[in-house]
Design a protein around this ligand. Structure first.
Ligand code: HEM
Length: 375
């Protein structure tokens, strides 16, 4: 299986390494193991037509590359460091029902024919579904009268960790979307040069925001893990769809089952996969060879997990902004009205009322709001 992926993705850096290759003649012989049954054509020759082309189109080394590709001669001079230094292209491979091709080409096909169209469609469908939900239900909440008494929902530290992570996520999501889909919706409008510069800047931003996202994601995970542990009431919440399609919300603790699913599936599982594969792509993990095949596998995993994560967090961002009244205020100021707590997180509110959980956990909130005993 792994060799399938390795071969599948092997041509990723052909463009990177190949662009700088001096058209060295095939001094080094074919040294790769061709698949059984593969008959290599003759090695490229500087024939007459090539010589003519070299004069009429200086710099066009397409014939050389065609020769490298057809003959399987894959060694030359490249600026790619590491274990694959000097290897111009990855070995030829053949998959069931397909012709011989470079693994890089196969990787390109997977990206262009699967990840981009299906991933893009998923994002558009999610956006449309959220739009439809908004137009049919409007902003949720506002049924419970506000009392003017405030409860601390998020401490300063919790909000700082959250917004730090959300900022890094936004940079990553925007730059990632432009890198993946920008050529379809930006390049035709902006033109190649401007689009190229913008993408270059965003790609650099993506590489720097990645590690920040990784660290802040870990802090967010540790900060919110305790209150996201599954409880009995979560099953009822899930079975009733949270009451989202009815009149009343199903009672929940500090976080409801929907938030908990997002936490474990989105923050922990997808977050870990996206971060780990991203660190491979940034070549930040020690002890790896970073072969082209490894990078291609990491790229596909990264792209798929990132698209799934974006789709999940589109729902989260919707609910945290226009989808629910005063949810955003909670994450902005840290405080919610008692009425808001009763409407959206009834069990949490009851725990506070009974004194099981303090209404103000931080000193700042305790001095700014009325104490729990007044609830
Ligand atoms: C970028 C825009 C984002 C907005 C507008 C936003 C908004 C919010 C809001 C309003 C809340 C409070 C919900 C409540 O009171 O129950 C919240 C909670 C939370 N957010 Fe975000 N958020 C964003 C991005 C993110 C990202 C990127 C992550 C993590 C990858 C994240 C993880 C969390 C977590 C863990 C909680 C606590 C609730 C829970 O554990 O499910 N948020 N967010």
């Amino acid at each position: 299986m792994r060799s399938f992926f390795v071969s599948l993705l092997a041509g990723l850096s052909m463009g990177l390494a190949g662009a700088q290759v001096a058209p060295e003649p095939a001094a080094s012989a074919t040294s790769f193991a061709a698949p059984a049954g593969y008959v290599a054509p003759a090695a490229p020759k500087a024939d007459e037509s090539n010589a003519q082309r070299a004069k009429s189109q200086p710099g066009n080394n397409a014939p050389f590359w065609r020769g490298v590709h057809d003959s399987g001669v894959q060694q030359g001079i490249s600026n790619l460091p590491g274990a694959e230094k000097g290897v111009l292209i990855q070995p030829m491979v053949q998959y069931p029902g397909s012709r011989f091709t470079t693994a890089g080409e196969a990787w390109r096909q997977v990206r262009n024919q699967w990840i981009i169209p299906y991933g893009g469609s998923l994002i558009v469908i999610t956006a449309l579904a959220l739009g439809l939900f908004y137009f049919s239900k409007g902003t949720l909440g506002g049924h419970e009268p506000y009392t003017g008494r405030l409860i601390e929902r998020f401490t300063y530290f919790e909000r700082a960790a959250h917004w730090c992570n959300a900022a890094a996520f936004s940079v990553l999501a925007i730059s990632g979307l432009v890198m993946a889909f920008g050529k379809f919706f930006m390049q035709p409008v902006l033109g190649g040069t401007l689009f190229g510069w913008i993408t270059y800047v965003l790609k650099t931003a993506h590489n720097f925001a990645g590690p920040l996202f990784a660290v802040s994601l870990l802090v967010v995970f540790l900060t919110f893990a305790r209150d996201n542990f599954p409880k009995r009431e979560d099953l009822t919440w899930l079975l009733k769809g949270g009451g989202l399609f009815g009149e009343h919300e199903v009672p929940s603790g500090r976080f409801n089952a929907g938030e908990k699913v997002l936490f474990w599936a989105g923050v922990l599982v997808l977050g870990f996969v996206v971060v780990a594969s991203g660190l491979v792509l940034d070549q930040l993990l020690p002890g790896l060879a970073y072969l082209r095949g490894d990078m291609q596998i990491a790229h596909m995993i990264h792209a798929v997990a990132a698209i799934l994560m974006m789709v999940l967090f589109m729902g989260h961002i919707y609910m945290g902004s226009i989808g629910m009244k005063d949810a955003y205020q909670a994450m902005k100021t840290g405080m919610v009205d008692e009425g808001w707590a009763r409407e959206h997180h009834e069990l949490w509110y009851e725990d506070i009322k009974s004194g099981k959980i303090p209404a103000q956990r931080s000193v700042a909130a305790a001095t700014a709001a009325k104490p729990a005993t007044q609830l």
